[in-house]
Design a protein around this ligand. Sequence first.
Ligand SMILES: [Fe+2]
Length: 196
Amino acid sequence: METGITRDGAIELLRTHNKEPFHLQHALTVEAVMRYMANELGFQDEADFWAMAGLLHDLDFEEYPEQHCIACVQMMRDAGITEELIHAVCSHGYGLGSDVEPEHQMEKVLYATDELTGLIGAAAKMRPSRSCTDMELQSLKKKYKDKKFAAGCSRDVIARGAGMLEWELDDLLTKTLAAMAATEDTIRQEMQEMGI
Ligand SMILES: [Fe+2]
């Protein structure tokens, strides 16, 4: 699976279209979660592709929130990105403005984890440690069930994603929490290096 772009090229493309620190952090987080999941689920050979789909998945969101998963197509084609990666990126907005359905396991993982990383990130910020490394599944489940908490993170999308993967919700929460806990320091360091 080819991406058609190097990681440096993708970071440059991302930073051309994303200025908000929160959006850049989200991109790096989903990239790290996707790489972790590829390795966890036996897709080691495709880990770079999975990670790239995570890094670029919200490329157009900051500039074109109304054309999310649509405006990005031209941006990515102009950057030489493969149609395979474009499909992956667009599929995470399936039913929410995009009619590209997640097909590949990687696309289903992206769909299921994207909103969930936002929820876990928000829950981490509430903790004394400001980290998810000491977060228990039970405490995350409480936040998940509290519809007022991080209301922008759609529980419907998360549940639909778990359904696509045929995973129990607890399983999705456990794996995503573990992925974020394992990669939190790296992302913090990357953000610093990028001067964000
Ligand atoms: Fe996202």
